[in-house]
Ligand binder design. Sequence first.
Ligand SMILES: NC(=O)c1ccc[n+]([C@@H]2O[C@H](COP(=O)([O-])OP(=O)(O)OC[C@H]3O[C@@H](n4cnc5c(N)ncnc54)[C@H](OP(=O)(O)O)[C@@H]3O)[C@@H](O)[C@H]2O)c1
Length: 323
Amino acid sequence: MTESRTAAVTGATGFLGSRLCERLLEDGWTVRGLSRPTSDRGDLDDVEWYVGDLFDDETLRELVNGIDVVFHLAGIGLWSAGPETVWEVNRDGTERVLEACRDSNVGRVVFTSTSGTRRPKNGSDFADETDVAEPIGAYQASKAEAEALVDRYADTDGDAVTVHPTSIFGPGDEEFTAQLLSMGVEPTMPAHLPGGLSIVGVSDVVDGILAAYERGTSGEHYILGGENLTYDRAVSRIADAAGGSPARIRVPAAAIQAAGPVAEVVDAVADRRMFPFDRQMAKLATQRLFYSSRKASEELGYEYQPLEAHVPEAMEWYRAEVQ
Ligand SMILES: NC(=O)c1ccc[n+]([C@@H]2O[C@H](COP(=O)([O-])OP(=O)(O)OC[C@H]3O[C@@H](n4cnc5c(N)ncnc54)[C@H](OP(=O)(O)O)[C@@H]3O)[C@@H](O)[C@H]2O)c1
C-alpha cells in the first residue's frame, strides 16, 4: 500500500478551509488542521486537529513538521475585525507560518491570498497576475505584504506558490454568498451594487488550490477566478436559477461612494453586512473588477464552472441555515 500524502491546513475551520479538508480526506490524504480552541470544527472528525493559533509557535511547528504541503488559508477580513487584527493575522500570521516551515522539511507551501491585490490597469477590462495594484485598506495591504514574504521564502528557503481566489461563492459563507443569494431571492432586500466582479464556486477554488500544489511553479502566483459578471447580471442569474425575484431598488454609485455611514444604516436595517466598509472599499464596489484566470488555466489545468452550477448547493444551505 502506498503511504498517503500529508497536508497541514491553516484556516481549516473556515468556509474555504473546511471544504479543502473534506476534499483532501475524500482523496485519501492525511490531514492536519489548525484550530483555535473556540473554532467550530464541524464534522471534520478525520482531521488531526492541532489546537492553537497563528501565534502559537510550538503548535505551528508541530503542525507543519515533515509535511508534504502546508495550505495556509487562515486569514481575516475587515468584515470581522479591525485593521490592527487584520494586519496581525494576515501579515504577521503568515510570517509565523513561514518561520515554522523553515527547517521543518516541508515540501511546499500554498498560500491563499486574494485577487484584491491585483486590479485591471490602463483601460484593460481584466486584471491578471501582473497587474499589481496599490492596496486599498488593511486587508489588501496586509495580504500584499504576506505575498512578499511568501515570494521571499520561495526565493531563499523553500518552495511556495500563491493563489488569488476572486469572490468565492458556496454554502457556509454567511457574508458574500448569503448577501448575493438574498439579493437574488428576497425582493424585500433593499439594494444591490453597481459595478461587477468575478464569482468563483468554492469547489472550483479547492480544485485550483490542489492544482497549484501539484503543478504550480515555486514563486509563481495564480488567479483562481470564475465568471466575470456585473452585480445586476449575477443577481438576475441567481434569481433565475433559484426561482426568486431579484432586488429591485438600485443604490446609485455616488451614494455608495459617499458612504461609510449610509452603508451602516443599510446594514442595520437589513441586519446583515451588505457593503464593504470604509470609503475606499466602497469606491471599489462600484467598479468592474474582472479577472483573467488564463495563467492558471494554461499552467495548472484550472477550470471553473458557470455560476448556475454552484447555485443549487448554495441555495440548499441558504434555505436551511440563513433564511
Ligand atoms: N471568501 C472569499 O471570497 C475569499 C476570496 C479571496 C481570498 N480569500 C482568502 O481565503 C482564505 C479563507 O477565507 P474564508 O472565506 O474561508 O474565511 P473564513 O471562513 O473567515 O475562515 C478564516 C479561517 O482563518 C482562521 N483564523 C482567523 N484568525 C486566526 C488566527 N489568529 N489563528 C488561527 N486561525 C485563524 C479562522 O479560524 P476560526 O474558525 O477560529 O475563526 C478560520 O478557520 C483567507 O485567507 C481569505 O483572505 C477568501
